[in-house]
Design a protein around this ligand. Structure first.
Ligand SMILES: [Zn+2]
Length: 277
Protein backbone atom coordinates (compact mmCIF):
# COMPACT_ATOMS: atom_id res chain seq x y z
CA UNK A 1 0.00 0.00 0.00
CA UNK A 2 1.43 3.40 -0.98
CA UNK A 3 1.90 6.15 1.61
CA UNK A 4 -0.79 8.15 -0.19
CA UNK A 5 -3.29 5.27 0.15
CA UNK A 6 -2.48 4.66 3.81
CA UNK A 7 -2.92 8.36 4.54
CA UNK A 8 -6.29 8.22 2.78
CA UNK A 9 -7.41 5.20 4.79
CA UNK A 10 -6.26 6.80 8.02
CA UNK A 11 -8.37 9.83 7.19
CA UNK A 12 -11.41 7.70 6.46
CA UNK A 13 -10.96 5.79 9.78
CA UNK A 14 -10.53 9.08 11.55
CA UNK A 15 -13.78 10.29 10.03
CA UNK A 16 -15.69 7.11 10.91
CA UNK A 17 -14.61 7.56 14.55
CA UNK A 18 -16.21 10.96 14.49
CA UNK A 19 -19.49 9.74 13.01
CA UNK A 20 -20.07 7.21 15.78
CA UNK A 21 -18.84 9.44 18.57
CA UNK A 22 -21.17 11.13 21.03
CA UNK A 23 -21.89 14.80 20.49
CA UNK A 24 -19.58 15.91 23.30
CA UNK A 25 -16.65 13.91 21.96
CA UNK A 26 -17.41 15.15 18.46
CA UNK A 27 -17.42 18.73 19.71
CA UNK A 28 -14.00 18.16 21.29
CA UNK A 29 -12.64 16.80 18.01
CA UNK A 30 -13.94 19.88 16.22
CA UNK A 31 -12.31 22.19 18.75
CA UNK A 32 -9.00 20.31 18.52
CA UNK A 33 -9.28 20.44 14.71
CA UNK A 34 -9.61 24.21 14.78
CA UNK A 35 -6.50 24.54 16.92
CA UNK A 36 -4.61 21.89 14.96
CA UNK A 37 -5.23 23.27 11.50
CA UNK A 38 -4.81 26.85 12.59
CA UNK A 39 -6.63 30.12 12.41
CA UNK A 40 -5.85 32.45 9.51
CA UNK A 41 -5.47 35.65 11.51
CA UNK A 42 -5.25 37.86 8.43
CA UNK A 43 -8.75 36.78 7.38
CA UNK A 44 -10.05 37.15 10.94
CA UNK A 45 -8.67 40.70 11.07
CA UNK A 46 -10.12 41.64 7.66
CA UNK A 47 -13.58 40.23 8.36
CA UNK A 48 -13.73 41.82 11.82
CA UNK A 49 -12.61 45.15 10.35
CA UNK A 50 -15.20 44.92 7.59
CA UNK A 51 -17.99 44.20 10.09
CA UNK A 52 -16.89 46.97 12.48
CA UNK A 53 -16.75 49.53 9.67
CA UNK A 54 -20.15 48.38 8.46
CA UNK A 55 -21.53 48.48 12.03
CA UNK A 56 -20.66 52.17 12.23
CA UNK A 57 -21.95 52.58 8.67
CA UNK A 58 -25.28 51.03 9.60
CA UNK A 59 -25.80 53.50 12.45
CA UNK A 60 -24.75 56.32 10.10
CA UNK A 61 -27.12 55.00 7.40
CA UNK A 62 -30.12 55.07 9.74
CA UNK A 63 -29.30 58.43 11.34
CA UNK A 64 -28.60 60.18 8.03
CA UNK A 65 -31.26 58.24 6.09
CA UNK A 66 -28.94 57.26 3.25
CA UNK A 67 -31.58 55.12 1.60
CA UNK A 68 -30.54 56.00 -1.96
CA UNK A 69 -27.02 54.61 -1.42
CA UNK A 70 -28.54 51.56 0.23
CA UNK A 71 -30.87 50.94 -2.73
CA UNK A 72 -27.92 51.41 -5.09
CA UNK A 73 -26.02 48.76 -3.09
CA UNK A 74 -28.95 46.38 -3.42
CA UNK A 75 -29.10 46.71 -7.20
CA UNK A 76 -25.33 46.43 -7.55
CA UNK A 77 -25.41 43.23 -5.50
CA UNK A 78 -27.92 41.75 -7.97
CA UNK A 79 -25.07 41.63 -10.51
CA UNK A 80 -22.86 39.91 -7.92
CA UNK A 81 -25.66 37.39 -7.39
CA UNK A 82 -25.83 36.72 -11.13
CA UNK A 83 -22.06 36.15 -11.14
CA UNK A 84 -22.34 33.58 -8.34
CA UNK A 85 -25.54 31.75 -9.27
CA UNK A 86 -25.45 31.84 -13.09
CA UNK A 87 -21.66 31.96 -13.43
CA UNK A 88 -19.59 30.34 -10.67
CA UNK A 89 -22.35 27.94 -9.64
CA UNK A 90 -24.41 26.78 -12.61
CA UNK A 91 -22.02 27.43 -15.49
CA UNK A 92 -18.55 26.68 -14.13
CA UNK A 93 -19.13 24.39 -11.11
CA UNK A 94 -21.99 22.25 -12.49
CA UNK A 95 -21.58 22.80 -16.24
CA UNK A 96 -25.38 23.15 -16.50
CA UNK A 97 -25.13 25.06 -19.78
CA UNK A 98 -22.60 26.41 -22.28
CA UNK A 99 -21.76 30.08 -22.69
CA UNK A 100 -20.00 32.13 -25.36
CA UNK A 101 -16.83 34.08 -24.57
CA UNK A 102 -18.58 37.49 -24.12
CA UNK A 103 -21.12 35.98 -21.73
CA UNK A 104 -18.38 34.22 -19.77
CA UNK A 105 -16.44 37.50 -19.55
CA UNK A 106 -19.58 39.30 -18.30
CA UNK A 107 -20.27 36.59 -15.71
CA UNK A 108 -16.64 36.70 -14.57
CA UNK A 109 -16.94 40.46 -13.93
CA UNK A 110 -20.22 39.87 -12.08
CA UNK A 111 -18.56 37.16 -9.97
CA UNK A 112 -15.75 39.63 -9.15
CA UNK A 113 -18.42 42.05 -7.87
CA UNK A 114 -19.44 39.38 -5.32
CA UNK A 115 -15.86 39.20 -3.97
CA UNK A 116 -16.00 35.53 -2.99
CA UNK A 117 -12.56 34.43 -4.15
CA UNK A 118 -11.53 33.86 -7.76
CA UNK A 119 -13.62 31.57 -9.97
CA UNK A 120 -11.18 28.65 -9.91
CA UNK A 121 -11.09 28.56 -6.10
CA UNK A 122 -14.87 29.02 -5.79
CA UNK A 123 -15.70 26.21 -8.23
CA UNK A 124 -13.04 23.85 -6.82
CA UNK A 125 -14.45 24.27 -3.29
CA UNK A 126 -18.02 23.87 -4.52
CA UNK A 127 -17.30 20.66 -6.41
CA UNK A 128 -15.62 19.24 -3.30
CA UNK A 129 -18.62 20.33 -1.24
CA UNK A 130 -20.98 18.32 -3.46
CA UNK A 131 -18.79 15.28 -3.93
CA UNK A 132 -17.85 14.87 -0.25
CA UNK A 133 -20.78 16.65 1.38
CA UNK A 134 -20.74 16.71 5.22
CA UNK A 135 -17.32 15.05 5.54
CA UNK A 136 -13.93 16.57 6.39
CA UNK A 137 -13.25 16.83 2.66
CA UNK A 138 -16.19 19.25 2.39
CA UNK A 139 -14.66 22.76 2.76
CA UNK A 140 -17.70 23.97 4.72
CA UNK A 141 -18.63 20.74 6.48
CA UNK A 142 -21.84 21.43 8.42
CA UNK A 143 -20.99 18.68 10.94
CA UNK A 144 -18.49 21.16 12.40
CA UNK A 145 -21.25 23.50 13.52
CA UNK A 146 -23.14 26.55 12.35
CA UNK A 147 -20.31 29.07 12.79
CA UNK A 148 -17.81 26.89 10.91
CA UNK A 149 -19.97 26.29 7.84
CA UNK A 150 -21.20 29.90 7.84
CA UNK A 151 -17.87 31.75 8.01
CA UNK A 152 -15.41 29.77 10.17
CA UNK A 153 -14.18 27.76 7.21
CA UNK A 154 -12.84 30.98 5.70
CA UNK A 155 -11.01 31.83 8.93
CA UNK A 156 -9.17 28.52 9.41
CA UNK A 157 -6.73 26.43 7.41
CA UNK A 158 -8.25 23.67 5.29
CA UNK A 159 -8.59 20.15 6.69
CA UNK A 160 -5.96 17.78 5.13
CA UNK A 161 -8.74 15.60 3.68
CA UNK A 162 -9.67 18.48 1.37
CA UNK A 163 -6.21 18.34 -0.22
CA UNK A 164 -6.20 14.52 -0.35
CA UNK A 165 -9.69 14.14 -1.80
CA UNK A 166 -9.25 17.19 -4.01
CA UNK A 167 -6.57 15.29 -5.95
CA UNK A 168 -9.18 12.71 -6.96
CA UNK A 169 -11.29 15.30 -8.83
CA UNK A 170 -10.53 16.85 -12.21
CA UNK A 171 -10.46 20.60 -12.59
CA UNK A 172 -8.90 20.73 -16.07
CA UNK A 173 -11.96 22.43 -17.57
CA UNK A 174 -11.49 25.27 -15.09
CA UNK A 175 -7.73 25.64 -15.44
CA UNK A 176 -8.01 25.68 -19.26
CA UNK A 177 -10.73 28.34 -19.50
CA UNK A 178 -8.99 31.59 -20.58
CA UNK A 179 -11.56 33.71 -18.73
CA UNK A 180 -10.88 31.91 -15.45
CA UNK A 181 -7.11 31.98 -16.05
CA UNK A 182 -7.16 35.73 -16.71
CA UNK A 183 -9.25 36.50 -13.63
CA UNK A 184 -7.07 34.28 -11.41
CA UNK A 185 -3.88 35.96 -12.64
CA UNK A 186 -5.16 39.48 -11.93
CA UNK A 187 -7.60 38.66 -9.12
CA UNK A 188 -6.37 41.38 -6.66
CA UNK A 189 -7.24 43.97 -9.30
CA UNK A 190 -10.65 42.44 -10.10
CA UNK A 191 -11.45 42.14 -6.38
CA UNK A 192 -10.47 45.65 -5.32
CA UNK A 193 -11.85 47.37 -8.41
CA UNK A 194 -15.21 45.64 -8.92
CA UNK A 195 -15.98 44.91 -5.26
CA UNK A 196 -15.03 48.28 -3.72
CA UNK A 197 -13.71 50.99 -6.04
CA UNK A 198 -16.18 50.81 -8.94
CA UNK A 199 -19.36 50.61 -6.78
CA UNK A 200 -18.14 53.57 -4.71
CA UNK A 201 -17.56 55.72 -7.80
CA UNK A 202 -20.75 54.52 -9.50
CA UNK A 203 -22.78 55.24 -6.36
CA UNK A 204 -21.28 58.73 -6.22
CA UNK A 205 -22.11 59.27 -9.91
CA UNK A 206 -25.68 57.91 -9.80
CA UNK A 207 -26.83 58.82 -6.28
CA UNK A 208 -24.65 61.90 -5.72
CA UNK A 209 -23.87 60.95 -2.11
CA UNK A 210 -20.45 61.69 -0.54
CA UNK A 211 -17.60 59.33 -1.40
CA UNK A 212 -17.38 58.15 2.22
CA UNK A 213 -21.10 57.34 2.37
CA UNK A 214 -20.90 55.55 -0.97
CA UNK A 215 -17.89 53.54 0.27
CA UNK A 216 -19.44 52.51 3.59
CA UNK A 217 -23.06 51.97 2.52
CA UNK A 218 -23.01 51.29 -1.24
CA UNK A 219 -19.79 49.29 -1.22
CA UNK A 220 -18.91 47.76 2.21
CA UNK A 221 -22.56 47.45 3.28
CA UNK A 222 -23.59 45.80 0.06
CA UNK A 223 -20.61 43.42 0.32
CA UNK A 224 -21.28 42.30 3.91
CA UNK A 225 -24.99 41.67 3.33
CA UNK A 226 -24.40 39.70 0.11
CA UNK A 227 -21.67 37.62 1.81
CA UNK A 228 -24.02 36.62 4.62
CA UNK A 229 -26.77 35.76 2.12
CA UNK A 230 -24.38 33.35 0.40
CA UNK A 231 -23.05 31.95 3.68
CA UNK A 232 -26.59 31.19 4.83
CA UNK A 233 -26.84 28.79 1.88
CA UNK A 234 -23.93 26.84 3.41
CA UNK A 235 -25.05 27.11 7.04
CA UNK A 236 -28.81 27.55 7.48
CA UNK A 237 -29.72 25.44 4.45
CA UNK A 238 -27.69 22.54 5.88
CA UNK A 239 -28.66 22.80 9.53
CA UNK A 240 -32.28 23.96 9.76
CA UNK A 241 -35.42 23.66 7.70
CA UNK A 242 -37.51 21.00 5.99
CA UNK A 243 -36.24 17.80 4.42
CA UNK A 244 -39.14 16.76 2.17
CA UNK A 245 -37.23 14.00 0.31
CA UNK A 246 -35.50 12.14 3.13
CA UNK A 247 -34.82 12.82 6.82
CA UNK A 248 -31.31 11.45 6.29
CA UNK A 249 -30.35 14.20 3.87
CA UNK A 250 -28.38 17.11 5.28
CA UNK A 251 -29.31 19.83 2.70
CA UNK A 252 -32.66 21.36 3.67
CA UNK A 253 -35.25 23.77 2.45
CA UNK A 254 -34.80 27.12 4.17
CA UNK A 255 -36.96 29.97 2.98
CA UNK A 256 -34.45 32.76 3.67
CA UNK A 257 -31.57 31.15 1.78
CA UNK A 258 -33.77 30.53 -1.26
CA UNK A 259 -33.74 34.22 -2.08
CA UNK A 260 -30.09 33.82 -2.96
CA UNK A 261 -29.62 30.31 -4.23
CA UNK A 262 -33.17 29.28 -5.12
CA UNK A 263 -33.27 25.81 -3.65
CA UNK A 264 -30.25 24.34 -1.96
CA UNK A 265 -31.88 20.96 -1.54
CA UNK A 266 -32.56 20.61 -5.25
CA UNK A 267 -29.01 21.75 -5.96
CA UNK A 268 -27.52 19.03 -3.78
CA UNK A 269 -29.89 16.42 -5.18
CA UNK A 270 -28.93 17.29 -8.75
CA UNK A 271 -25.26 17.13 -7.80
CA UNK A 272 -25.65 13.68 -6.29
CA UNK A 273 -28.08 12.08 -8.70
CA UNK A 274 -26.32 13.23 -11.86
CA UNK A 275 -22.96 12.17 -10.52
CA UNK A 276 -21.59 15.58 -11.27
CA UNK A 277 -19.27 17.06 -8.69
ZN1 LIG B 1 -24.11 23.28 -6.40
Amino acid sequence: MSSHQSHLNMSIDHFSVRIFSSDSIKARYIFVDSLKYGIVWRNVFLFVLLHVVYGFGLVHLIRERLWSSWIFGYWYSVFGGIGITCGAHRLWSHRSYKASFPLRAFLMICQSIAGQNDLYTWCRDHRLHHKFSETDADPHNSNRGFFFCHVGWLLTRKHPDIMIRGKTLCFDDLSKDPVIKFQRKFYPFFYIFFCFLFPTLLCRFIVGDTLLNCLIVGSFGRYIVSLHCTWFVNSAAHMWGDRPYSVKMEPRYVFISCFYDKYKLTDNLSGKTSGSP
